[in-house]
Design a protein around this ligand. Structure first.
Ligand code: AMP
Ligand code: MG
Length: 305
């Protein structure tokens, strides 16, 4: 199914979701809005379908995927849930929290989903389109961000097409995604401790240093707009496109009022616009390193790496 030259764009209404479910059923690729960014979904129980995700994205095969499920009951088929993991899932699912848990031995997931690790990353997303799709199929969905590997993540259907048009079967268009940065990823250890592997919309767990080992996808250079990026800028150099925040005005702004949630929601749209601008360089105003600002700064550092 994939590898077609034409990517169909459908509204995320009942008919669009039914068609998306049919494509996924037969092993195809569909980009779907979630509350964080658009995900590129394939059935997680099919090695062929999962291989298509890696091929369409040009994603290195050591970078594991997040498996999306309807809720804890479905997730418990694939991973060992400690009491701490159950508490976290019950508190934050559906929502932008990914749990990295010990993978069960008997699972029907394609091995490539966890890239050879003994753990599996699971999330129950809150976006109504993704929830409707998960309810329409009887398998979990592997879904990394719907962009070519290393490029800026997509927060609207046009961003998806900008890097994957012709490489995937369908985009379900559900408008702009509300949170705007990828899910918070935490690992729940055997001793019950919780370590943050990737900052995101939710603030949970202790800040880990093991992220590079634990989450191989946390590559230093990522989310790259294809131009040099300078951080902490108070004004623009002559050849720079300035992304502002709060009092730093810029050519565009993450949030004129200095609001972090708005800045997170607008982050990738601003980076896409900066990438398209004629300026050879990008500068970004300082963003406070608190709350979801930690996730914003994490992604900006990778864009600048
Ligand atoms: P993306 O969906 O493109 O944001 O990428 C998924 C992220 O989840 C990557 O950063 C992966 O490293 C991370 N991830 C997925 N599975 C695991 C796992 N089993 N252990 C640690 N990190 C994981
Ligand atoms: Mg990604």
């Amino acid at each position: 199914m994939s590898g077609k030259n034409v990517t169909e764009v459908r509204l995320a209404d009942a008919a669009g979701i039914a068609e998306a479910a049919r494509i996924l059923e037969s092993g195809g690729l569909v980009a779907v809005p979630t509350e964080t960014v658009y995900g590129l979904a394939a059935r997680a129980d099919s090695a062929e379908a999962v291989a298509r995700i890696y091929a369409a994205k040009g994603r290195p095969d050591f970078n594991p995927l997040i498996v999306h499920v309807a809720g804890v009951e479905q997730a418990a088929r694939y991973a060992e849930f400690s009491p701490e993991a159950i508490t976290l899932a019950e508190a934050h699912w559906p929502g932008p929290l990914t749990l990295v848990l010990p993978r069960r031995n008997d699972v029907t997931l394609a091995p490539a989903v966890s890239a050879g690790l003994l753990t599996v990353a699971l999330r129950a997303p809150a976006h109504p389109a993704m929830r409707a799709l998960l309810a329409a199929v009887n398998f979990p969905l592997a879904a990394p961000s719907a962009n070519r590997s290393g490029f800026i993540s997509p927060t609207c259907a046009a961003h998806v097409l900008a890097s994957l048009d012709g490489r995937i079967d369908m985009v379900l268009d559900g408008g702009a995604t509300p949170a705007g940065v990828e899910s918070t990823i935490v690992a729940v250890r055997a001793d019950g401790s919780v370590e943050e592997l990737r900052p995101g919309p939710l603030q949970i767990g202790t800040r880990g240093e093991g992220a590079s080992i634990e989450a191989p996808g946390q590559l230093a250079s990522h989310y790259a707009p294809g131009k040099p990026v300078r951080l902490g800028a108070l004004d623009a150099g002559p050849d720079e496109f300035l992304i502002g925040f709060g009092p730093v005005e810029g050519d565009i702004t993450l949030s004129a009022g200095g609001e972090l949630a708005e800045a997170a929601a607008r982050l990738y749209a601003c980076l896409h616009e900066a990438a398209r601008a004629p300026h050879p360089r990008i500068a970004v105003a300082p963003v406070p390193d608190e709350g979801v600002g930690r996730a914003i700064n994490d992604r900006l550092r990778r864009a600048a790496a």
